[in-house]
Write a protein that binds this ligand. Structure first.
Ligand SMILES: *Cc1c(COP(=O)(O)O)cnc(C)c1O
Length: 335
């Protein structure tokens, strides 16, 4: 592989790991008999859905908060995510004693607001659209010197997510294929950079949902493009990659070997498989790698790792899915 393919120095990830080590969980790796049998190669699951705050987003957020200089830490951080990044950022900031404000519009459902507040952030409700919330974010940055920490396209966020790659290499040293959930691409960029710098022949496969796969569409177009945002069981994979994307578009282009897309029924089957076969509660976005294997949509060369990335799913919805109900979120209204 061309060494110029890398955008991060390999030690970026070891440094991030040292920085966040005592604030995150080193999550377990387990062998899956059912998937190994099905695939004909050893399949291991990285149980990152057991991470504090319920997703890997805590890694990047913790690394980014701790990497700020003293002045920036004193001024605080701001975010716009109402999902897993918001939770991770709120928790990371509180642990570090850094003020954190998450801005959101009036349309955000109360359970999401409560979820962020529970992690210790101040929630500021502004306006009735994401754009209006963004105006307040810009003001906090410009006038109060706060630092905006975005969910994926940021070097310290990517470095933090990449620490997962170092852990998985230690746990499965003979790994040949890694499956990673893919949205904005912070997770897969970190993992691909950390893993391929050490084992260039490992195949990295991204998994997204068919409904609104912004990174897949952008790669196909050769540049970042916008796609319509649609309701999906993989709700943490929604959203664009940013038309001004700086890092993740290029890393995915250079280091990701393949992107697999899944329909809603396949994602539901992944959630069911996680529960009934692996005894794990996983949200739709966290189950897509399992789902790709269950649907037989990913070719595994040898020993493989599937990443389970998060567990923040409405438990009533989870109950319905694992009971075999055909849940179509397109008809559910607010997701
Ligand atoms: C954010 C998220 C992803 C996707 O991560 P990106 O860095 O945006 O590609 C996958 N799974 C879960 C649970 C997430 O919260």
């Amino acid at each position: 592989m061309n060494p110029n393919s890398f955008q991060f120095a390999p030690e970026t990830f070891t440094q991030a790991r040292t920085r966040i080590a005592d604030r995150i969980l080193r999550t377990p790796m387990v062998h899956s008999s059912s998937l190994s049998e099905r695939a004909g190669v050893p399949v291991h699951l990285k149980l990152e859905q057991l991470q504090k705050t319920g997703s890997f987003k805590l890694r990047g957020a913790t690394n980014a908060v701790l990497a700020l200089d003293e002045t920036a830490q004193a001024n605080g951080v701001v975010g716009v995510s109402t999902g897993n990044h918001g939770r991770g950022l709120a928790y990371a900031a509180r642990q570090a004693g850094v003020k954190c404000i998450i801005c959101m519009s009036r349309l955000v459902p109360q359970n999401k607001i409560d979820g962020i507040r529970a992690q210790g952030a101040e929630v500021r409700i502004v306006g009735s659209s994401q754009d209006e919330a963004q105006v307040e974010v810009d003001r906090l940055v410009d006038e109060e010197g706060m630092t905006l920490l975005p969910p994926f396209d940021h070097k310290d966020i990517i470095a933090g997510q990449g620490t997962l790659g170092l852990e998985l290499l230690e746990d499965v040293p003979d790994v040949e294929t890694v499956l990673v959930p893919l949205s904005g691409g912070g997770l897969i960029s970190g993992v691909a950079e950390a893993v391929k710098a050490r084992k260039p022949d490992v195949k990295i496969i991204g998994v997204s949902m068919e409904r609104g796969a912004a990174m897949a569409a952008s790669q196909a177009a050769g540049h970042p493009v916008q796609v319509p945002e649609l309701p999906t069981l993989a709700d943490s994979l929604g959203g664009g990659i940013g038309l001004e994307n700086r890092y993740t578009f290029n890393v995915v282009r250079d280091l990701v070997d393949n992107i697999v897309l899944l329909n809603e029924a396949e994602i539901a089957a992944g959630i069911r498989h996680a529960y009934w076969q692996e005894r794990q509660v996983v949200e739709g976005s966290g189950a897509v790698c399992l789902a790709a294997l269950v649907a037989d949509k990913a070719k595994l060369a040898g020993p493989s790792v599937a990443l389970l990335s998060g567990c923040n799913i409405d438990m009533n919805m989870h109950q319905r899915i694992i009971s075999g109900e055909d849940v179509d979120v397109a008809g559910e209204g607010e997701i």
